[in-house]
Design a binder for this molecule. Structure first.
Ligand code: BTN
Length: 248
């Protein structure tokens, strides 16, 4: 069992930054709670338990109490709104980098913004427009045991690496790294090179379920600065659910 969430420990670790973190024991969803609070830049809510956690594409996101790092933050990026489509990838990249640096090597992103260890999902992100900015919700499976995993294709940091991270420190490390990345991205760095270096979808055959249940097959070759996935066929995919298809 990892340390319990501790608001003063997180705030202490983030002293001097713009982040303002509130810890709640239970909420329906940190995503909904933050949106309803009419947030300002730097507001963060982190919860021990969510009764109605939400995932991408209208899915649920479930985690037993204390076994995951479940948080949502609000930022108003100082750049054109057209560039906001890259923010899910920037946040996912920052999660993977933070886990590689602070836990153990081996974490990567799966387009658009899942975090994998090997081929198993360890974290997911949900990014939504809100006012002049975005709310970014992140769920990282930290100490889940095998029987607590929501699906067999998931894993936790503890199961994958043998390390049970202190969620207070992990949250502070992520937020500090994201603030630094956001500043560089606002200044014009598109982070495409950094994303490609830590992505496991590129150079894979993929099956993509597009909105409307249309299924597309292809080979992923790159991404662009808008965050779209580029296929060998020349097609550009902006939204979808990807499965890496193995060739035997
Ligand atoms: C996905 O994998 O489909 C995205 C999962 C996002 C889950 C996080 S947990 C914190 C925040 N609150 C929610 O209800 N969802 C996000």
């Amino acid at each position: 069992m990892s340390h319990l969430l501790d608001e003063s420990a997180i705030s202490h670790a983030l002293a001097g930054s713009y982040w303002r973190v509130s810890v709640v024991q239970e909420t329906s969803s940190t995503q909904t709670m933050l949106r309803d609070s009419t947030p300002t830049h730097g507001d963060v809510i982190v919860a021990e338990y969510q009764s109605q956690g939400r995932g991408r594409l209208d899915r649920t996101f479930e985690a037993a109490a204390n076994t995951a790092l479940l948080f949502t933050f609000y930022v108003e990026p100082q750049t054109s709104v057209e560039r906001f489509t890259f923010l899910p990838l920037l946040a996912g990249l920052t999660v993977a980098e933070t886990l590689n640096q602070k836990c153990a090597p081996g974490f990567s992103t799966k387009w658009p913004n899942d975090i994998l260890f090997g081929e198993k999902k360890v974290a997911g992100l949900l990014v939504e427009r809100c006012g002049a900015g975005v709310i970014v919700g992140i769920g990282i499976n930290t100490s889940m045991s095998e029987s607590q995993l929501p699906v067999p294709t998931a894993t936790s940091i503890a199961l994958a690496t043998g390390i049970t991270p202190d969620r207070n420190q992990l949250l502070a490390d992520f937020l500090a790294a994201f603030a630094a990345a956001l500043q560089k991205w606002e200044a014009g760095n598109d982070f495409v090179k950094e994303y490609l270096a830590l992505n496991s979808t590129i150079n894979q055959d993929v099956e993509i379920t597009l909105p409307g249940a249309v299924v597309k097959h292809g080979r992923a070759v790159s991404i662009d600065a808008s965050g779209a996935l580029l296929l060998e066929s020349g097609e550009q995919v902006t939204v979808g659910d990807v499965v890496h298809v193995r060739r035997y």
